[in-house]
Write a protein that binds this ligand. Structure first.
Ligand code: ZN
Length: 70
């Protein structure tokens, strides 16, 4: 059977991957792909940018002189 983590071919009876040691007895029902990682990173980045601007707008109304010195 193929290792879900590294792709190494192992014996059908193998309980652990011979290459990386991942357990082969429990198959993961969902494996994130590199596309998923990119999308997740993009979403996190957008959230951070939005939060940054929201924080700036919020702070601006309270501590205007400090913000202007940035
Ligand atoms: Zn492996």
């Amino acid at each position: 059977m193929k290792c879900p983590k590294c792709g190494q071919e192992n014996k059908e009876s193998a309980k652990y991957c011979s290459k990386c040691g991942t357990s082969l007895t429990v198959l993961p029902f969902w494996m994130p792909t590199w596309k998923w990682h990119l999308r997740a990173l993009g979403i996190i980045y957008i959230i951070l940018v939005v939060l940054f601007f929201l924080l700036r707008i919020l702070l601006k109304s309270y501590v205007r002189p400090i913000i202007e010195n940035w």
